[in-house]
Design a protein around this ligand. Sequence first.
Ligand SMILES: Nc1nc2c([nH]c(=O)n2[C@H]2C[C@H](O)[C@@H](COP(=O)(O)OP(=O)(O)OP(=O)(O)O)O2)c(=O)[nH]1
Length: 150
Amino acid sequence: MPGVSADSADPAAPVVPPAAILVVALALLDDRGRVCLQQRPYDKQHGGLWEFPGGKVEPGEHPEAALRREIDEELGVVVAQDDLSPCGFAASPGLVILLYACRRWRGEVACLEGESLGWFDPAAVPQLAMPPLDYPLAAQLQNLLATGAI
Ligand SMILES: Nc1nc2c([nH]c(=O)n2[C@H]2C[C@H](O)[C@@H](COP(=O)(O)OP(=O)(O)OP(=O)(O)O)O2)c(=O)[nH]1
C-alpha cells in the first residue's frame, strides 16, 4: 500500500507513527497485600490523579525492560524480570496500558517523580481519583488477587 510501508530495512520507507502509545505500569504489592500508587505530577496530563507507577515504552524497548527502567526512575527500586506477572491491560484510542504485578523488589520505595506515594488496600483503589483507564486496570488487579493468580 503506497505511503504506509513499515519496512524498517528500507531507509527510504516513510516513518509510520505508532497507532497507539504503549505504556507499562506496575501494581507493586507489599507483604500486607497493599498496592503502591502515586499521584501524577501536577504539571503533567492527569496531574494530581493517582496512578500505577510506570511510563511510556521507548521505541525499540521491550515493555518489561521499560517497566523496570521506569520503576527504578520513579520509585528508586529494582524489580527482577522474573518477578513481573502480567496482570491486565486497558486501551483507549491512541493509548494502550499494560499492567504488571510484582511482590518483590530491591531497595527502599521512594517518591522520586510523583507528587506523593500511597499504599492502598486494592479494594479501596476504585474510590481514588484516577485516569479513566485505571478503573478497569484496578478491577483486573482485584480479580486476579481474588483468585490467587498473583
Ligand atoms: N504510568 C502510568 N500512566 C498512566 C496510567 N494511567 C494512564 O492513563 N496513564 C497515562 C498517562 C499518560 O498519558 C501516559 C503515561 O505517560 P507518563 O507521562 O507517565 O510517561 P513517562 O513517565 O514516560 O513520562 P514522559 O517522559 O513522557 O514525561 O499514560 C497509569 O496508571 N500509570
